[in-house]
Design a protein around this ligand. Structure first.
Ligand SMILES: C[S@@+](CC[C@H](N)C(=O)[O-])C[C@H]1O[C@@H](n2cnc3c(N)ncnc32)[C@H](O)[C@@H]1O
Length: 224
């Protein structure tokens, strides 16, 4: 049994992880090859545990072991679409959702990042790959998320994600604003003097001139 604080080294070794997110106690089976939730993921989970997803169809990109999907379902989602890159990862998420008695209708979809069908979704949740993304351009997943959000999320829907400060938070906020969004920081967290979490509300400047605005809310985690 392991707690997030005791994790070490590579994030893909097998573990059974006990963690508390808000009022929810989780006991997750994470086999070799599936991402072990880090403090970023734990913090995002804590944020989600305080959010209302009642009646919403929620997309999670890169669900990993399903830690966030369990909370999203508990917080009222009507339907979930969970993506990742490999079938064994999705099978593990399915296992953990069943282990935690999740009954919310859930689709498990192999999809490369924002190339997810089935929208527009009411909310998009993600802990984007960053430090071990395998991309030469380390902001690849953050930037494409911001660029493609409008294809996936309905007007006035929410984009909720956690963000490392190593990826340059001011740059992301500026990029979101350039893409017609306003940003509200949800929460900040420091872990080992290194992690900050922010929450963001996002309103299209362009659409503000019209009666209906596109709104996004984001949870944003930063490590300094
Ligand atoms: C930082 S981990 C987050 C996992 C989980 N949500 C959590 O917080 O513990 C990123 C996840 O995205 C997945 N991933 C990496 N590249 C991807 C891609 N191109 N498309 C979809 N998912 C991807 C990884 O397999 C991993 O599960």
């Amino acid at each position: 049994m392991e707690t997030p604080e005791r994790r070490r080294g590579d994030n893909l070794y097998p573990v059974t992880l006990e963690t508390q997110l808000g009022d929810y106690s989780l006991n997750l089976d994470v086999p070799a090859g599936v991402w072990n939730p880090t403090p970023h993921g734990i913090h995002l989970g804590n944020m989600l545990a305080g959010m209302d997803f009642s009646g919403e169809h929620v997309l999670e990109l890169g669900t990993g072991c399903g830690i966030h999907a369990i909370i999203i379902a508990r917080q009222g989602a009507a339907k979930m679409t969970l993506t990742d890159l490999e079938q064994p990862i999705l099978d593990n998420a399915r296992h953990n959702l069943a282990k935690h008695d999740v009954t919310c209708p859930t689709e498990y979809v192999l999809a490369d990042w924002t190339r997810a069908d089935g929208g527009p979704f009411d909310a998009l949740v993600t802990n984007p790959p960053f430090a071990k993304s395998g991309k030469r351009y380390r902001r690849y997943f953050v930037d494409t998320l911001i660029l493609d959000a409008h294809k996936l999320i309905r007007p006035r829907g929410r984009l909720i994600f956690v963000h490392s400060s190593m990826a340059d938070i001011p740059k992301s906020i500026d990029f979101m604003e350039q893409n017609g969004m306003s940003v509200r920081i949800v929460a900040k967290l420091r872990v080992l003097s290194a992690i900050t979490t922010l929450k963001i509300l996002y309103t299209s400047r362009k659409w503000r001139r019209f009666p209906v605005a596109i709104r996004f809310r984001m949870a944003h985690t930063t490590s300094v």
